[in-house]
Every structure is written in C-alpha cells, then in structure tokens.
Design a binder for this molecule. Structure first.
Ligand SMILES: [Zn+2]
Length: 413
C-alpha cells in the first residue's frame, strides 16, 4: 500500500532547514588564483549513496567573494516547482574552494535513480555576480553494476541473475499493464524505472533508515520502484511487481492536488491486477464472512489498520470490491470513476456520479455478491461495524515503504 505522506512535506521543510542552519561545510586550503573577473573555476558533485551528496565549488575574482549559494531542484512530479537554496558558509577571499554536504540522514533520502539539477550563484563585494549553467546528477546506487532491459515505457535494472530472469520479470510487468488497461482503461503515461535487488538485505542497504520487514518501496512521484526479488521467489516477485506497477499507473491517471483515492480503490486495483486472489487472502476473507466481521466500505476508504490481520482482511475485501465493480459494471465505468477522481471529486459524489450509489450503497450491493461468491450463507442479521471515518492523508509525495510488499517479504508471515 502506498501511504502518501512524507517527501513532499519534507522537501518543503528541507528548504527551510537549509536556509536556517549552518550547512556542513569545510573550506579546503586555498590556492591563490589570479583572474581578471569573477569566475567559477570548477564545480562538481560526488554522490555517496544513499546518504550523501557533496557539492564542491572553486571560484576566484579580483575582489573578495562574499556570497555563494547552491540552488537545486529534485526531478520529480509536483504541483509546485520547489527550488532549494543553500547559503554556503565560507571564509571570504579572492579565491574560494569550498563545499556543501547534503546529509540525507538529517533530511530524508532519495530513491536510487533520482535526478537532482543544481547550479551555483557567486557574488563579490564589488557587486559582480556569476551563475553557473544547470548541471544534473543521477543519484544511483553504485554499490552494484546494474544491467538494464527496456521495453515500451518500462526499464528494469538488475545486477543478479541472467537475462532470462530480467525477461521473465519484464513480461510479467508488461502483462500486468495489459491486464490493467483491459479491466480499467488505465495505462502508463510516463516511464517507470524498476530496480530489482537480489534480496531484501541488499535493498535495505539502499535505505537510510531501513526497517527489517521492508521488501520494497514505491516512489510514484519519481516513477521509481525498488524491490528485492530473490530468484527462487520469482512468483512472489511477479505479483509484487504487478501490484506496485498498478500503483504507478493509477497515480499517473488520477493525480490531483486535492484528494487521494479511497484506500479500498487504490489497493483493490493493485490486488485485482495481480491476478487471482492468493489462497491466504481467500482464507482470511472466508473467515470474515463466516464470522460476519466484514469491514465497511466507508471504513476501508481510510488508511488500513496497522494490525496485520485487519490489514490482510482489508486487502482481501478491497480485491473483492474491485472484482465486483469490474465484473458487474465493466471497464468504461471504472475508467470514468478514475477520471472523476482525477478531477478531485469526493468519494461519495464520484461513486454516485458514475454508478448511481455512494459508498454505503456499494456496501449494500457488494454484500450479497461476496457471500454468494464464496458460497457462505449471509446471516439475516448481517450488520456492519460502526463507521470508522478518518481524514484521509493530505496529498503529498510518497516515500514510505509499501506495506503490502513489507508483509509479503517474509518477516510478517
Ligand atoms: Zn499496495
């Protein structure tokens, strides 16, 4: 599941932090340079993935250099372009050789493959100013020698396993995109990069604060998925890839600055597009039906519970809701629903506009369907738990591990 929470906010905070705290910097010994006008002699950046970017500059001029600033923009989808500006702390002089280190352990990190554009402005006490041309760095996980395989808008990067391993994952990913387009009309508009780590341990080395259960991460604003797939768990990998890729497509199709999708729709699309519901989820769903302990559609619109069993049931129910909507009302209505959400519509009004019922109406129609589907008698007194409505997370970028990947990666099972 994608929790859209942190990076967008953290980037905005980041600008503030950078502007208001002394950046880590260290002046190197200055070699006197004689130049006739204010000049940037050298500019470079060194990456130490996943924690550091070290920006370096050498500048000289006839008058004392008094002001150096680094400007950078993270290449990601956003509704407002954010340029961060760093005031460099240095000893003024006619020749300056200094650096600024972006320590992501303090600010939050970037995924492998993220690109950062940067440039410098330098001023002297005579009022002269120079600005360097923008340059870019790709913040790659260079601990490994990556191979790449490109097909249509997808690129798979991998370093362990042969070409047939990558081809098998690629065809599973392409099939998932075809299936999604057939069921929902949604398709990938922008490229997606998929980084396949050999295992969970390698993947966690790409994270600044890894959690032991993390099996993958999804970064829709960057068009990047990172996932650990052991070659002897290929089937799990294919399902997880289909799931995460669906989140990318749905993000591209529905992005708007106002509202996220209801969680049952977001996760239901991803679950449904994996293919047949896994037996363990079927078991959870049947148990909930037998116990008459289903969670209401309205509750499932909020982020899912952190409780493992409740989360599993939420995913299983979301699958079933999507199956119900797609098989009963068809592709065109689902595309219509996604399009309506892309315009920022509220949950009930979007459903009402497209299907003629709101979330409670959906609940009422889905109940007999799901009892019949799993051949469990619907209790006459079937009732729903009290409504549990929470504010859905505000729109923002996602930099939080996908919880489904998390619990399927092993440790939660
Ligand atoms: Zn998910």
């Amino acid at each position: 599941m994608i929790k859209k929470a942190s990076l967008g906010i953290s980037v905005i905070l980041l600008s503030f932090i950078l502007l208001n705290s002394a950046p880590a910097q260290a002046d190197n010994p200055v070699v006197p340079v004689t130049v006739k006008q204010l000049t940037v002699l050298d500019s470079s950046v060194e990456a130490s993935f996943p924690a550091l970017l070290n920006f370096k500059i050498k500048a000289a001029g006839p008058a004392n250099i008094s002001d150096i600033r680094l400007h950078y923009v993270i290449d990601k989808e956003s509704f407002a372009r954010i340029t961060s500006e760093v005031y460099i702390d240095f000893v003024p002089g006619t020749s300056v050789n200094t650096q600024w280190i972006w320590d992501m352990r303090k600010t939050g990190g970037l995924p492998t493959g993220a690109s950062v554009k940067y440039w410098w402005t330098v001023k002297d006490i005579s009022g002269n100013k120079v600005e360097t041309a923008p340059a870019s760095i790709s913040f790659d996980d260079n601990r490994y020698a990556w191979n790449s395989l490109i097909e249509n808008k997808l690129t798979i990067y991998w370093y362990s396993g042969d070409m047939s391993f990558a081809r098998e994952l690629m065809s599973a990913a392409q099939e998932a995109l075809t299936r999604l387009a057939k069921d929902t009309g949604a398709y990938l508009k922008a490229p997606v990069k998929i980084y396949i780590y050999a295992n969970t341990r390698d993947l966690q080395g790409a994270m600044i604060f890894p959690q032991e259960w993390t099996g993958g991460s999804n970064f829709p604003e960057f068009g990047i998925i990172t996932i650990g797939i052991d070659s002897n768990r290929l089937d799990w990998g294919k399902g997880a890839l289909a799931h995460e890729l669906t989140h990318q497509v749905v993000h591209q199709v529905t992005r708007n600055p106002y509202i996220n999708l209801p969680t049952w729709l977001e996760e239901g699309l991803a679950m449904y597009n994996e293919g047949t519901l896994d037996a363990s989820f079927v078991g959870v769903l049947k148990l909930a039906l037998a116990n008459n302990s289903l969670i209401s559609v309205r509750s499932l619109a909020s982020p899912f519970s952190a409780n493992t069993n409740t989360a599993l049931q939420s995913y299983a129910q979301s699958y079933s809701l999507l199956e119900f909507l797609v098989t009963t009302y068809g592709q065109a209505r689902m595309l219509d629903l996604l399009t309506t959400f892309s315009q920022g519509s509220a949950y009930d009004s979007a459903l009402k506009k497209v299907y003629g019922f709101d979330m409670d109406g959906l609940n009422a129609l889905w109940l007999p369907y799901v009892f019949k589907r799993y051949q469990i008698a619907q209790p006459k007194t079937a009732s729903l738990p009290p409504l549990f409505i929470r504010m859905v997370n505000e729109f923002a970028a996602g930099f939080v591990p996908d919880s489904r990947l998390a619990f399927l990666s092993g440790a939660w099972r």
